[in-house]
Design a binder for this molecule. Structure first.
Ligand SMILES: C[S@@+](CC[C@H](N)C(=O)[O-])C[C@H]1O[C@@H](n2cnc3c(N)ncnc32)[C@H](O)[C@@H]1O
Length: 223
């Protein structure tokens, strides 16, 4: 099916609260465990999470890499508000910082150069998807680890509905609605490969990791 874009920024208070209060514990823990397995010699340093939302992955990264400095970037102050409260509760304000910024970043990034750049479920929001790959290349140091996970667009509307019913049967309507529209807005593998090619990142691995997820991983060129 053709891609149907969805709004980029999740700044509605009801939508942000539903997302922040949803239980993505297993998904987020899986994301961090997969990152750690993919980059098993990675020891910490500066990590940047693009489109961090309520910052659950930022927190898990800080708890996994106990000397790391973690920076989350998102355009939605509503989402970041949920993240700031969770960071304060976890007493991780000293090592996790959130930045309200819209991608593509204009002017100075205001971020330290990253040893690793990660992103979960941002790509499908972007009308100009090269924005993600170009931002990763900009905020990562040469050789930085890159780990991006997102949804895959199913073949048909019926397939998208079936995936929502299978994996989000008991979720609130607002989350089921978002999930369906996110599936319809997601990119296919061939489209992602073209984005990487256009952004000078053709060396990245693009792996289909479930019936609805794709993962892009690798290292930035070492210069
Ligand atoms: C589906 S949420 C994912 C949040 C988080 N990564 C997670 O896994 O829970 C996508 C996030 O990307 C943010 N976003 C979308 N487009 C953006 C842009 N152009 N610049 C900055 N943030 C953006 C939204 O505001 C939202 O918080």
């Amino acid at each position: 099916m053709m891609r149907t874009p969805e709004p980029e920024i999740m700044d509605g208070s009801e939508q942000s609260a539903a997302y922040a209060n949803a239980d993505f514990t297993a998904v987020n823990a899986g994301f961090v465990a997969s990152f750690a397995a993919r980059f098993d010699t990675f020891a910490g340093g500066v990590l940047i999470d693009l489109g961090c939302g309520p910052a659950e992955i930022c927190l898990l990264l800080a708890q996994t890499y106990t000397t790391a400095q973690v920076h989350g970037v998102d355009a939605s102050e509503e989402m970041l508000g949920h993240g700031r409260r969770a960071i304060a509760q976890a007493h991780l304000d000293g090592r996790v910082r959130l930045h309200q910024r819209y991608l593509p970043l204009a002017g100075e990034t205001g971020l330290p150069l990253a040893d690793a750049v990660v992103s979960n479920s941002l790509l499908h929001h972007l009308a100009a998807p090269e924005t993600l790959w170009q931002t990763i290349a900009r905020v990562g140091r040469p050789g930085a680890a890159v780990y991006v996970m997102d949804l895959l667009r199913p073949a048909s509307i019926a397939d998208a509905s079936e995936i929502v019913d299978r994996y989000a049967a008991g979720e609130p309507d607002v989350l089921r609605h978002d999930f369906f529209h996110s599936l319809c807005a997601a990119y296919r593998v061939d489209e992602i490969e073209e984005q990487l090619e256009n952004s000078g990142l053709r060396g990245m691995a693009v792996d289909v990791i479930s019936d609805r997820h794709v993962c892009v991983s690798g290292c930035l060129p070492a210069m």
